[in-house]
Design a protein around this ligand. Structure first.
Ligand code: PLP
Length: 472
C-alpha cells in the first residue's frame, strides 16, 4: 500500500523530472539518441517480486526513458503533425490523473462531464460550427472519424426505414462511400472497422495539391442510387490543402449524401479570420473531426467528433445499463456519444488549454505558424534545385530537392540525403515522406513555441544541407 507520504515523494519526483524535460527540452537534441537495444535493456529488468519504493520507481522510469523520448515539445520539431502538449494542459492532466475520475457518465464524474460540456461548446464557437451540434471526446482523429462515420451509417439506414441497431449490418442496404484518392490512411482503417469493404468505396480524383475534383465526384455520385457518404478533407497531410467545400457540399446535398469532413489539424483554420476562408462552406457538412492534440496543443490523447444530428449521434453510440443511473438534473452523459465507457476525463485539459490560450491566443498561434510557413517558403524558393511542391496555404511544406529535369531516382536520393544531413545536425527534427510517387521532406509547423527565429534557423540548415548535397 502506498501512503500519502509516499505519494507526495513520488509526485514531487515526477514533477522534478517533468520540469527538467520541459525546461531543458528546447535545448536537447531534436532526435532521440538512445538505441532500441539500450532502451530495451533499461526497461526489460526482472519483474520485481516485491514492490519498490515509489520515489525510486519514478527515478527508474525517468532514467529508463532518457534519450528515448521524441522531443515533440521542442520548437524545432517539424517531423509529424503533432502538437507540443501545452504546459497548462499538462498541469491540468496531472490533476486529472490525481483526481482519477472515470468520465463515463455525469454521475461517475460530474465535474468532468460539465468540463466536457462547456469546453465542447467552446470548440464549436471557435470553429464557427452550429451550436446545436453534439460532440464526443475521443483518443484522436482516427476514433473521432470512426464515431462520425458510425453515426452516418446508422442515420442513412434509419432514413431508409432500416433499423441498424435492431437488424444489424447483414442484409442492410448497401451504402457507397466516396472519398478522395489521398484521404488520410486512418479513414480507410475506420471504414474497414465499420464493415465497409473496398468494393463499397469510390475513390475520387484529386488535383496536384490532393484536393478532391468536384467534376469527378459529381460524375460518380450520379451513377449511384443508394445511400451515400462523402468524406472530405480540411488539411491534407502533406500539402495542408482543403477540398473545395463550396463546390462539393451542394453536390452532395443534392444527392442526400452524408458529408463528413476530416479536419484533424486543418479545421482549426476556421478559428483564425485570416485563414477561415480555407474552410468556408464546410459548416454545411453533417459531421467533422478535429484533434485537440495537434494544432490546439492539448496533451495526448485528445480528438473531437462533432455531429450536426444529436439524436442520430446518440442512437448510434449510446451506452446504457441499469447501473448507469441518471438524474433529470444531470448534465450531458459522455458515454452517450462515444464508444468508450470507462475513460480518462479528457475535458479538463481542453478546458484548461482554452482558458490559457483564450481565443486571441489560438488565433495568434495559427497566424504565427502560417506566417512561419510562408517565411520558410520565401527563404527556400530562390535557391535552384529546391522545389516546394505545395501551395503553402496553411502550415505544411512538401519540399523536394533536385531539378525537375533530373531523374526521379536521383532527385529522391538527394532529398533523402538532405533529410539525413538535417538529422546529423540534430538541431531540427524533420523527416521525409512520399507524395505523388516522389520523396519529399515534409515540414509541419505546428509546435506552440515555434517562431520566425526558429524558421530562420531551419532555413539556414536546409540551405546548408542542400549546398553540401548538391556539391557532392
Ligand atoms: C488529416 C488527418 N486525419 C487523421 C489523422 C489521424 O489523427 P490521429 O493520429 O489523431 O488519430 C491525421 C494525423 O496526422 C491527419 O493529418
Amino acid at each position: 500500500m502506498t501512503s500519502q507520504k509516499e505519494f507526495k515523494a513520488a509526485a514531487e519526483k515526477a514533477l522534478e523530472h517533468a520540469l527538467v524535460w520541459r525546461d531543458d527540452g528546447a535545448k536537447l537534441p531534436a532526435f532521440p539518441l538512445a538505441t532500441t537495444a539500450e532502451l530495451r535493456a533499461r526497461f526489460d529488468v526482472d519483474l520485481p517480486a516485491q514492490g519498490l519504493n515509489p520515489e525510486v520507481v519514478i527515478d527508474n522510469l525517468a532514467r529508463a526513458a532518457e534519450h528515448g523520448l521524441v522531443n515533440n515539445t521542442h520548437p524545432n520539431f517539424y517531423a509529424w503533425v503533432q502538437g507540443a502538449s501545452h504546459p497548462v494542459g499538462v498541469a491540468a492532466d496531472i490533476l486529472t490523473s490525481a483526481w482519477g475520475q472515470n468520465a463515463a457518465i455525469h454521475q461517475t464524474a460530474p465535474a468532468a462531464a460539465i468540463a466536457e460540456e462547456v469546453s465542447g461548446k467552446w470548440v464549436l464557437e471557435l470553429l464557427n460550427l452550429p451550436p446545436e451540434c453534439s460532440f464526443a471526446f475521443a483518443t484522436g482523429a482516427t476514433m473521432a472519424s470512426f464515431i462520425c462515420l458510425s453515426v452516418a451509417r446508422s442515420e442513412l439506414l434509419h432514413r431508409l426505414g432500416y433499423d441498424l441497431e435492431l437488424e444489424g449490418l447483414i442484409g442492410a442496404p448497401n451504402i457507397q462511400v466516396f472519398l478522395g484518392e489521398e484521404a488520410h490512411a486512418t479513414i480507410l482503417s475506420d471504414l474497414r472497422y465499420l464493415g465497409f469493404g473496398r468494393k463499397n468505396l469510390v475513390f475520387i480524383a484529386v488535383d496536384n495539391q490532393g484536393r478532391m475534383q468536384p467534376s469527378d465526384l459529381e460524375h460518380k455520385l450520379g451513377k449511384c442510387n443508394g445511400p451515400k457518404i462523402v468524406i472530405l478533407q480540411a488539411g491534407h497531410i502533406n500539402s495542408g490543402a482543403f477540398d473545395p467545400f463550396n463546390e462539393i457540399i451542394p453536390l452532395c446535398k443534392a444527392q442526400n449524401a452524408w458529408v463528413h469532413v476530416d479536419g484533424a489539424f486543418g479545421l482549426w483554420a476556421r478559428a483564425a479570420p485570416s485563414l477561415a476562408h480555407l474552410g468556408e462552406g464546410l459548416e454545411l457538412a453533417d459531421s467533422w473531426t478535429v484533434d485537440g492534440h495537434k494544432w490546439l496543443q492539448v496533451p495526448y490523447d485528445a480528438g473531437y467528433a462533432i455531429v450536426k444530428h444529436p439524436e442520430a449521434h446518440r442512437r448510434a453510440m449510446d451506452i446504457s445499463a441499469s447501473y448507469l443511473v441518471s438524474h433529470p438534473d444531470d448534465g450531458r452523459n459522455p458515454s452517450q456519444f462515444g464508444p468508450e465507457l470507462s475513460r480518462r476525463a479528457r475535458g479538463f485539459s481542453l478546458w484548461a488549454v482554452l482558458q490559457a490560450l483564450g481565443r486571441d491566443g489560438v488565433v495568434e498561434m495559427l497566424n504565427r505558424h502560417h506566417e512561419c510557413a510562408i517565411l520558410l517558403q520565401q527563404r527556400l524558393v530562390r535557391t535552384p534545385g529546391i522545389r516546394i511542391l505545395n501551395e503553402v496555404v496553411l502550415n505544411q511544406l512538401a519540399i523536394a530537392f533536385g531539378e525537375e529535369h533530373e531523374e526521379l531516382e536521383k532527385r529522391n536520393q538527394m532529398t533523402a540525403a538532405v533529410s539525413q544531413k538535417i538529422r546529423e545536425e540534430n538541431k531540427n527534427f524533420a523527416l521525409g515522406a512520399k507524395w505523388k510517387n516522389q520523396s519529399i521532406l515534409r515540414i509541419s509547423i505546428i509546435s506552440q513555441l515555434t517562431d520566425k527565429d526558429d524558421i530562420e534557423m531551419l532555413a539556414d540548415s536546409l540551405l546548408r544541407a542542400w549546398d553540401a548535397v548538391r556539391s557532392t
